[in-house]
Write a new protein. Structure first.
Length: 609
């Protein structure tokens, strides 16, 4: 009722104001404002009846009405001498000077309004459209119990990680059970693993299994250009979570927020805003009891750069490795993704898993999608095994570039280069089988490619296996030396990989007879975690100039020795090299069966030794 009276009174006041304005305008229109020169003319003509004089203005009435019907007039006085001089020249004059006040005010107000508008617009953008008052609010996406549909059944290939997280699910369902004997659940669980292994999906599955609220945010969303905003968002995030407890707080890409303070060099510096945000996160993690029903999950693929204070006991005191799946894990993941695909009878997940060692869950999902698109493009009724083979090649080697035309000499060099890789791999024992060789350009810079497919997952390699791998990589350059006796730029990527392997053998694995079993490069994770963590972070070198020269010389000796053995091997198999290269120039692609038939000879042990 009071609101209604207020609105009525407001509109009555508005109407009265309009009447007053209209009356004043009408009154002002009855008085004619005339130039002072016209007033003098009327005065000389005897038409002025009465005049009121002030120091600046004259106002009075006329004997006869003006053309506009007004009998009252007003004008501004002009100095008599100036008026006399202007009148002598027949100039119309007045005592009023055009006012620039309005223009001056606009020259100040418009830029201010522009700056205020830009400031408000930026504030709304940074605050997610909520205005400057919302800039310190958390941007976490909140999913209630019914929104999180993911469960552990949707996550495959990471059985060990799921077993670790089942305790978290049981705790959120029944917190009192774990306090019965005086124990407590970890406050924070850090999911560590390479990109694409399913860390985010696993965190959502924990929330879906526990049937609790799930607050998800990325570490990069905390930090803004204003100092203090990130810390405010951290506080607001934990306040929201306490209000929805039991709940899970999930921070994706934790390394964007939890980078070690004071790190420089290769890892870059951190500004005061990032440090304040990290400090606030540390305080909030210390400020709640795990019995309150809150669990913090975080994911990162760079644990070596996280601040040691973040990883200490009482904060993220449990780390769960979400690694690349093994062959059995890949079969499980493929079973999940193949449910929605119409497959040909010959396709089996076991065969596909054997073709994809090292693939993550995201890679396998992409593989299934690529194979489906290839089958759809050729108008097939089902996805065949050939589609999966082509999809693997497309992911590993890139798209075919048949429009990239090479001249005959370049094609010949590429053919011998690729056959050099293939023949060395076929001649050496213990190397991965060669699946296909092609001189069809693929990807960004590959003019040809040789595909090897491992028969099993490998986690350790001996010195001899590393040396054989280097020989396979150097097979292309060795073939060019044997056949053409010159060098080309086609071996640039091979040389880079060979150099990395040789340097790792010397500086990391202690496989050099000259330098001994000494490690010259420290693992950054050993320098950032633990009770003896170094506050300055990792260093670029852990050796002096003399040791650096010795390392460079040893790396070169290893690479040169591998190249010499590879050249000797191909010289022994020169006939097979010529035969297979000529056939490759004819058909452009050779598969495993035809390669075995053309190469013919058994593995060469002498040159390998």
């Amino acid at each position: 009722m009071n609101d209604r009276k207020f609105h009525i009174g407001y509109w009555v006041a508005v109407l009265l104001g309009l009447f007053v304005v209209q009356y004043m305008v009408a009154v002002n229109h009855q008085v004619a404002s005339i130039p002072y020169s016209q007033f003098q003319q009327l005065l000389n003509d005897g038409k002025v009846a009465e005049v009121g004089v002030s120091d600046r203005f004259l106002q009075g009435t006329l004997k006869e009405a003006l053309p506009g019907g007004q009998t009252r007039f007003a004008t501004t006085r002009v100095d008599p001498e100036v008026a006399k001089e202007l009148e002598g020249h027949g100039v119309k004059f007045n005592g009023e000077i055009e006012s620039t006040l309005f223009r001056d005010i606009l020259s100040w107000i418009l830029p201010m309004l522009l700056f205020v508008g830009v400031y408000v617009w930026l504030g709304r953008r940074m605050a997610g459209g909520g205005g400057l008052m919302q800039i310190g609010k958390s941007r976490a996406r909140v999913y209630v119990e019914s929104d999180t549909k993911t469960s552990f059944a949707d996550v495959a290939g990471v059985d060990e990680a799921k077993d670790e997280l089942r305790e978290v699910v049981d705790f959120l369902r029944d917190p009192g059970r774990y306090g019965r004997l005086g124990g407590r659940m970890p406050k924070g669980v850090l999911l560590v693993g390479p990109p694409g292994t399913g860390k985010t999906l696993l965190a959502r599955a924990v929330a879906g299994e526990a049937k609790v609220a799930f607050l998800s945010i990325s570490g990069a969303e905390f930090v803004e250009m204003f100092v203090g905003v990130g810390a405010a968002r951290v506080r607001d995030l934990f306040e929201q979570a306490r209000g929805k407890a039991p709940a899970i707080i999930f921070i994706d890409e934790l390394d964007a927020l939890g980078r070690a303070r004071g790190l420089g060099g290769a890892y870059g510096g951190v500004n005061s805003e990032a440090e304040q945000t990290l400090n606030q996160l540390l305080v909030e993690m210390d400020g709640f009891d795990s019995r309150a029903g809150l669990v913090i999950l975080a994911a990162t693929n760079r644990p070596e750069i996280l601040d040691p204070a973040l990883l200490r006991a009482g904060r993220f005191d449990r780390q769960v490795l979400v690694d690349r799946p093994d062959r059995a894990g890949r079969v499980q993941i493929l079973n999940v993704h193949l449910k929605r695909v119409r497959l040909a009878p010959e396709v089996s997940p076991e065969q596909i898993a054997a073709l994809t060692p090292g693939f993550t869950g995201a890679d396998l999902a992409n593989l299934v999608n690529e194979a489906t698109l290839l089958a759809t493009r050729r108008g097939a009724e089902a996805v065949s095994m050939a589609d999966f083979n082509n999809a693997v090649e497309r992911i590993v080697a890139g798209l075919e570039k048949r429009n990239r035309l090479l001249n005959s000499h370049e094609r010949e060099i590429v053919a011998y280069h690729e056959m050099g890789h293939a023949l060395v791999a076929m001649a050496l024992p213990g190397t991965d089988p060669v699946h296909k060789v092609s001189i069809i350009p693929r990807g960004i810079g590959a003019l040809g490619y040789t595909i090897q497919r491992p028969t099993e997952d490998r986690f350790l390699m001996t010195r001899e296996e590393l040396e054989r791998k280097m020989m396979v990589l150097l097979g292309g350059r060795a073939a060019e030396l044997v056949v053409f006796n010159h060098l080309s730029t086609g071996a640039a990527d091979d040389l880079q990989r060979v150099t990395d392997i040789a340097r790792g053998m010397v500086t990391r694995y202690g496989m050099s007879e000259t330098l001994g079993s000494v490690t010259y490069e420290r693992d950054p994770r050993s320098m950032l975690a633990g009770p003896n963590a170094l506050p300055g972070g990792p260093r670029e070198h852990d050796y002096g100039p003399a040791a650096g020269d010795a390392i460079d010389a040893e790396v070169r000796r290893i690479v040169d020795g591998a190249l010499e053995r590879t050249v000797a091997l191909l010289r022994e198999r020169r006939e097979a090299l010529e035969r297979t290269a000529r056939r490759l120039l004819e058909v452009e692609t050779l598969d495993e069966a035809e390669l075995s038939r053309l190469a013919g000879a058994a593995p060469v042990q002498k040159a390998a030794e």
